[in-house]
Ligand binder design. Structure first.
Ligand code: ADP
Length: 404
């Protein structure tokens, strides 16, 4: 059976999924797995398409120090335990820079180009690229497709893409890229299926997971995002600050004597819901907590979402629909209700019963702005792109011979 492997490699985990290629019937998820605890307590887990546990292995603490080793261990398990023929690998790559506005078949030259964006995403890009490089060395004929978190936003207008700094920085890549693009692209596609009448209209999508951002879409295209040069900007997140006055960074450097590295660590890992509450980065724990910091952090999160809803509505000249997605957006009726209360001025009226029951459309019939819950699926988006790219290059060309 022909299959596509999807890889999402981060600093402490490698997530992977396998999709069977079923011709006209599309893609069918066979395996969903993760090797986490890289560099600390590695653990490999995987489930099949029916959520049945296939493997749960812990590895000695020092035995998997990096992403490449993690890929090797996960790859060996896949090879030994499954019976499919890999026709391509799709990778989530955080940064496609100014250049890449769509997925691309990777060769050595393109890998070298993508390495140029490491300074733009130093925490993520090297981990995303490491498995591509290893596979390129070991299986040079195996097609690999890079799918970018930035690509969906590359059509932004110049005014949305710029910061108010001298143009030379824009030219060297200091731009408002926006991220979570694979999620937004998937939602744009799903909207065409579940709500075709609004898919062509003005929509705000709120991707609320441990990373969080919002996107303004017009006719299924991104026109504005709450994230900017890095995935630090915009909404507060589990452990990331979101937008803060840049003067705070100067204060941390000059008055507190923090090193640039320490500031980076602080903004990415010690702020957001976790840092603000002093309780947890997990919204479930914050909702259950009686600590005042937990309530403040949740209020701040909801407040900032409402402020950005206003900003994005301005970018679209009004809105017709608002979509909730990702962990918090998909699974927390309480948070959706709190956010919806702040959207009343935009013309949104939530149907409380539909919201509590987890329906797909959660606004009343009279609501001017329709409210929706649409589960995202970035991995399926990557697999779909990977198949599309491979098929568009399809010819009796040697690079599409099967992996050994
Ligand atoms: P990631 O960005 O890591 O892919 P997810 O989209 O899975 O994350 O979202 C993870 C977050 O979703 C968790 O940190 C948690 O705060 C939140 N979450 C998950 N389930 C619920 C729930 N039932 N209620 C509230 N929040 C939830």
């Amino acid at each position: 059976m022909d299959a596509i492997l999807v890889v999402n490699a981060g600093s402490s985990s490698v997530k992977f999924q396998v999709f069977a290629v079923r011709g006209d019937a599309g893609l069918d998820r066979l395996i969903k797995g993760e090797l986490d605890g890289i560099g600390s307590r590695p653990r490999l887990r995987a489930r099949d398409g029916n959520n049945k546990l296939l493997v749960d292995q812990t590895h000695p603490s020092e035995s998997i120090p990096d992403v490449v080793t993690a890929m090797r261990i996960a790859g060996a398990w896949l090879k030994d335990s499954t019976a499919f023929e890999l026709v391509a690998v799709g990778h989530r790559v955080v940064h496609g820079g100014p250049e890449y506005d769509r997925p691309v078949l990777v060769d050595r030259q393109i890998l070298a180009n993508l390495k140029r964006y490491v300074p733009l995403a130093p925490l993520h890009q090297p981990n995303n690229l490491a498995p591509i490089e290893t596979l390129l060395e070991r299986f040079p004929r195996l097609p690999q497709v890079a799918c970018f978190d930035t690509a969906f936003h590359r059509g932004h207008s110049a005014v949305a893409d710029h910061f108010a700094i001298p143009e030379q920085y824009y030219e060297e890549g200091v731009r408002r890229y926006g991220f979570h693009g694979l999620s937004y692209e998937y939602i744009a596609q799903r909207l065409r299926e579940v709500a075709p009448s609004i898919a062509r209209s003005r929509v705000i999508v709120a991707h609320l997971g441990s990373g969080a951002s919002m996107c303004a879409m017009s006719d299924g295209h991104s026109v504005e995002s709450t994230m900017g040069f890095t995935a630090l900007d915009g909404l507060p997140m589990g452990t990331r600050s979101g937008q803060i006055d840049p003067g705070i960074i100067l204060y941390l450097l000059t008055e507190k004597g923090m090193s640039p590295r320490a500031v980076q660590d602080f903004l990415y890992k010690k702020c957001g819901l976790s840092g603000m509450s002093g309780v947890s980065n997990d919204v479930r724990e914050l909702l259950a907590s009686t600590e005042p910091g937990a309530a403040l952090a949740l209020d701040y999160f909801v407040y900032r979402i409402s402020l950005y809803a206003g900003m994005l509505a301005a970018s679209l000249g009004g809105i017709d629909a608002f979509v909730f997605t990702a962990g918090i957006g998909e699974r927390s009726p309480e948070m959706r209700a709190r956010i919806a209360r702040k959207l009343v001025w935009l013309g949104a009226e939530m149907d409380r019963v539909a919201n509590a029951e987890g329906k797909s459309r959660i606004s009343t019939d009279d609501s001017w702005v329709s409210l929706h819950v649409i589960p995202t699926d970035e991995e399926l988006m990557i697999a779909t792109h990977t198949l599309g790219v491979v098929q568009s290059h399809a010819a009796p060309a040697p690079q599409f011979a099967r992996a050994g």
